[in-house]
Write a protein that binds this ligand. Sequence first.
Ligand SMILES: [Zn+2]
Length: 337
Amino acid sequence: MPLVSMRQLLDEAAQGGYAIGAFNVNNMEQIQAIMEAARETRSPVVVQASRGARSYAQDRYLYHLMLAAVELYPEIPLVLHLDHGNSPETCKSAIEMGFTSVMMDGSLMPDGKTPSTFEYNVEATRKVVEMAHARGVTVEGEIGTLGGIEDGHGAGVDALSHLTDPDQAAEFVKLTGVDALAIAIGTSHGAYKFKEKPTGETLRMDRLIEIHKKLPNTHLVMHGSSSVPKELQDIINAYGGKLRPTWGVPVEEIQRGIRNGVRKINVDTDNRLAITGAIRKVFAETPEKFDPRDYLKPAREAMRQVVMARMTAFGQAGHAGDYAPLPLEEMARRYAA
Ligand SMILES: [Zn+2]
C-alpha cells in the first residue's frame, strides 16, 4: 500500500477506542526503528517530520526513505505527516512532496515563536484545509499555545499561560474543518516538561476532558507527550551525560486522554533519550570503537524498544490489518461530498 491518509487511521482508532503514536524522524535509523516496532506489534503508524527534520535530512531523502518503508512493510498502514507547519506555504510544499498529512500550526505566527490571533489561526488553517482536502490529505490544527521550544516550534511561553479554551476550540473546528486538533493542556516540547511529577494543577487533564465534551467527534492530539522515563535519563547520566532531573507525561495520563478523545500522541524526546543513552554507553564502555555501526545499531535497537512500548500502551498494537487503506483520491471525494 502507498503512504495513506491520517484521517482514516484516526477514524479507525476512534472506533476501536485506541490512539496512534506519531514518532518524529530525521534519519534512516529512526525510520527503521519505527517500522520494525510497527511490524513486531502489528501497528498502524504515523511517521512525522518537522521543519527542522526537513532541513536536516532534505525532503527527497526523507520521502524516498519513506517509500522504502512502504515497500518493505506492505502490511503496515503508514502516514507521512508534517509536524508544526508554520505557514500555508510550508504545508503546500510538504503536500507537493508527498506528505499525506500536514499540521498547520497557526497558533503561532510564521516565525514559529510569536503567539498569533484567533483570526489569523482560522484564516491560515482554513486555507490549508481547502488545499489539502482537495487532494485527500489530512490536516491537524492547533489552538492554544504549547510551552517549550523544539526545532523552532513552541512559543517558549509558560506551559500554563495559553491553555486551550474549550469554546474557542469548538469554534475553531467549525470554522476550519480540521481533521484533528492539537490542544494545550500544560505539556511542552523538549525534555524539561515538569519540575516534578505532574499533578492535576500542572497537567490539565480536566481541560482535555472539557474540550472532548464540546468536540466529541474531533480527534484530539497530544503534543509534547514523551514520558521522559527516569531509566532513560539515568543511562545518559551514568555515561557522562548531564541531564537535570525532569518529568514528562506519565503513560497512565496519556491512557486517560485516550479514553477522552485523544487519537494521536506525539513522541520525540523519549526516542532521542534512548538513542543518546545507547550511544554514550558504547562510547564509554568501548572507547576503542570507531565504526558508526557499532553505536548506531544499539541506538536503533534502544529506540525500537521505546516505540514498541508506546505502541502497546496507546493500543494501536494489533490493528495494522483491520482495514484496507483508502486511496487519497477516495479521501478527496469524501471531503468534497
Ligand atoms: Zn508539537
